[in-house]
Design a binder for this molecule. Sequence first.
Ligand code: SF4
Length: 406
Amino acid sequence: MTTATASEGAPFLVSLGPGATTLSRDRSEVVTFDLEGRPQTWVVGGRTYKRSLASDVFGRRTVEGVRRRWRVDASDADTHFRHAGQVAAAAERALAEGRLRRAEGAHRWRELSPSEAAELTHRLRSIGRWTPERLVAERQRFLATYQPVSILPPDQYGAVVLQATYGCSWNRCTFCTFYQDRPFQVREPQAFAEHARAVRELLGAAADARDGVFLGDGNALVLSNARLAPLFEVVREVFPERGIASFVDVFGGERKPLSAWRELAELGLDRVTLGLETGSRELLAYLNKPGTPDDAALLVDTLKAAGLAVSVILMVGVGGERFADRHVEESEAVLARLPLAAGDLVYLSPFVVQPGSVYRAQAERDGVRPLAPEARDAQLARLRAAARRAVPAATVALYAIDEFVY
Ligand code: SF4
């Protein structure tokens, strides 16, 4: 086996990851495929493109420190699909001609072993089956399997999403439009089992790379444990050995005593994401979000006592200038009370005023002006510092809701 460096010229590089195959003809373009052979991401000329399971393609680039994201139109998506096929065909030729190397880091590579070459041949064969037409047809398979997956916490982007319920049982927070398109509905165990098996079929071999299950939609855990237990059983049967995560809201979470949370933890629940949004009682009322910051702190106590990992979301900029001081000060106070620890997450989510939301109309009516960019940056910095001070062991991360692709 030989090892080479960039000084000897750049070969065609491959990475055979446990969950993906990455091909790079030269360092300016990198295409990643899932284990089923479908292109997943493209990095070309400083832009990143990502394909969703429905074969929508989203572009992303950073210009002067500002991230931009856009949906790629159908003809450009087709170009990306064709390009991915061409890169895979070029990899096949490079392999046959002995010009292909396995990446060993940013600037190092080595020859493939015979077993790696055989594995790559197998993977390239799977990739070759995904014509652009077949990729476009994934949309229909997706629509037959899922209702729209509206949002996920960033740590769950790589999870298998299973929709135990549709929508949100409250659906009246003024800022939230995620589930306005559907009434809250609960899936019965048999329908849920069919859904889980259809998801397994849709993901194919790529399911192996998804190491957790996210139970959607907005607040599936509002269901009683008697209703959740058979659904958890389905998850264990169809996607064994994966932890289960879900959103929780104060109004649903506080209905369960500690013993109920412990029971769910035993059934496989390992993380919950709580939309706290703000530590200000007044702002929560303005947002029409049920529960109080005190209730939220008590709920986090209970969740931690049950042995669950907790992610807490605070919004940055919500309530605009009018609520800014209360929002920051009272969120700092709540953060200081939360018993978060290593493995827990605090998400700071830049607030986006959704078109058509009640919040938008209400803010216009009440003269609630959005924060200027500098004030918003300052609020983010202050909340970040407060989160780090209050829970040094927990991870504090940005949660940009428009960057989500499933
Ligand atoms: S923020 Fe959460 S609780 Fe409020 S409407 Fe949206 S999903 Fe429901």
